[in-house]
Design a protein around this ligand. Structure first.
Ligand SMILES: NC(=O)c1ccc[n+]([C@@H]2O[C@H](COP(=O)([O-])OP(=O)(O)OC[C@H]3O[C@@H](n4cnc5c(N)ncnc54)[C@H](O)[C@@H]3O)[C@@H](O)[C@H]2O)c1
Length: 417
């Protein structure tokens, strides 16, 4: 693949209408490739072909329509893989009920497409993979009586912002031989600013360790929040004090529900890979998941421990702010916990069609829980009790005074007065 753009090249994305597959397909199409998005989800395929993203993606529809004008097509027809220069797999890689990777899901889908592989086909895995999966797929190809150039090029974007981030993030590329590496580096070189070469195992672990690290960062914030609040101390005052003019704490995360389709399961994949000796990963999971129960207890406390028959309103059901994705959202765990204690739960989310209107939720609820701090809620004021683990509506004033060193003549007075 050596041209100034990808004109004349055919790229097929398996899982092409998903959260990662679609933005990637748009970028390949805009870079000139004949791009086909193969997906089993007929509704998503129709939505994409009508020029709309099936989910929220910043700048999505405009770039999608541009890509469609250049020939991008979504389809359920796997035969589109025939004659492809590159087949990119972007399918889900979940964990099972025992928190181990569901490897069979990856292999079954991979096997279904091997009949389209030739020795010139570049086969790219873009999903987040359990370490060793690439080695296994490589052996599967070598022992399966077919050939292909195999590469692993993990996606690292933040959901909802993929179109911006694909343009700016370095692309990790790994392969088992130079020719496959070159082919993959060249393909991604058309859409990414930089290429980082790693071994397959290094690349698999890089992705999992990046996500686990993020999950742990949220966990420590949530742990400190629960420690302070359960001792009757205002955590958000501590939070401000830690960060005030203290450069080392710049990256200190605020508490909040940490969930979604990636961080939890990727941390568990790393734990599974390390024979469940990744104690910090498991602890992070307990803390992050435990924050939902903590919020339920906070609501119960408002009513002296008795929730039966109370109306509780949840604000936000998506797993993160300003997004419509509810996969693995802790809002549902809060809902379940409240209902188990006998509360009637009403909920609102500006991004979900079946949402109860916000005013109805606010009016009918005896108490509210801010589950997802969407920007839409920023201007709200509350007359009813609110449980807000994010601190969005609770910014306590920090008392800060100038020291003699900065202003020798100053009296002790509040800096932020
Ligand atoms: N969501 C993110 O922001 C993000 C970011 C980085 C990495 N990842 C990783 O990317 C991978 C995909 O995640 P996602 O969020 O895009 O998942 P997704 O569920 O949104 O997309 C997967 C797509 O694959 C399709 N599919 C399933 N079986 C298929 C088959 N047999 N043939 C064709 N298509 C099929 C589904 O219909 C779906 O559209 C995962 O490994 C995830 O961990 C996700």
């Amino acid at each position: 693949m050596s041209a100034s753009n990808l004109a004349g090249k055919k790229v097929v994305i398996i899982g092409g209408c998903g959260h990662v597959g679609l933005p990637l397909g748009v970028k390949f199409a805009l870079a000139g490739a004949t791009t086909r998005l193969v997906d089993i989800d007929e509704k998503a395929v129709a939505t994409v072909n009508s020029g709309r993203f099936p989910f929220l993606e910043k700048g999505g529809d405009a770039q999608l329509r541009e890509a469609i004008d250049l020939g991008l097509l979504a389809t359920t027809d796997a035969e589109e893989c025939r004659g492809a220069d590159a087949i990119v797999f972007v399918i889900g890689t979940p964990v099972d009920e025992h928190l181990n990777p569901k490897l069979s899901a990856v292999f079954t889908i991979f096997d279904a497409y091997t009949k389209y592989f030739t020795e010139d086909t570049l086969v790219v895995m873009r999903s987040t993979l359990y370490p060793g999966t690439m080695e296994h797929l490589h052996s599967r190809i070598e022992n399966g009586g077919y050939s292909a150039r195999l590469a692993f090029c993990p996606e690292r974007v933040s959901q909802g912002y993929a179109l911006d981030e694909i343009d700016s993030l370095p692309q990790i590329v790994s392969a088992f031989d130079d020719a496959s590496f070159q082919a993959a580096a060249e393909l991604f070189g058309h859409i990414a600013p930089t290429i980082i070469r790693l071994s397959a195992l290094e690349a698999e672990m890089t992705k999992l360790m990046a996500n686990s690290w993020r999950y742990l960062e949220f966990a420590i914030a949530n742990q400190f929040y629960m420690i302070a609040e359960s001792k009757g101390v205002d955590f958000f005052k501590i939070f401000q004090a830690i960060r005030y003019d203290y450069p080392r704490a710049k990256g200190y995360k605020a508490p909040g529900f940490a969930a979604g389709p990636c961080l939890f399961k990727d941390t568990m994949q790393l734990a599974s890979f390390f024979d469940n000796q990744f104690a910090m990963g498991h602890s992070a999971m307990l803390v992050n998941e435990g924050l939902a129960s903590f919020a339920v207890e906070r609501v119960a406390k408002i009513f002296g421990g008795e929730l039966w028959g109370k109306n509780v309103g949840l604000l936000g059901m998506a797993f993160k702010p300003n997004n419509d994705d509810i996969r693995e959202s802790l809002s549902f765990k809060v809902k379940k916990g409240l209902e188990f204690k006998g509360a009637n739960v009403l909920w609102h989310d500006p991004y979900l069609e079946d949402s109860t209107p916000l005013e109805t939720v606010r009016e009918k609820s005896d108490a509210l829980v801010l589950c997802t701090p969407h920007s839409d809620y920023e201007s709200l004021t509350f007359q009813k009790p609110l449980v807000d683990v994010w601190g969005t509506f609770h910014q306590p004033e920090l008392e800060v005074f100038p020291g003699k060193k900065s202003e020798p003549e100053a009296n002790l007075r509040l800096v932020n007065e």
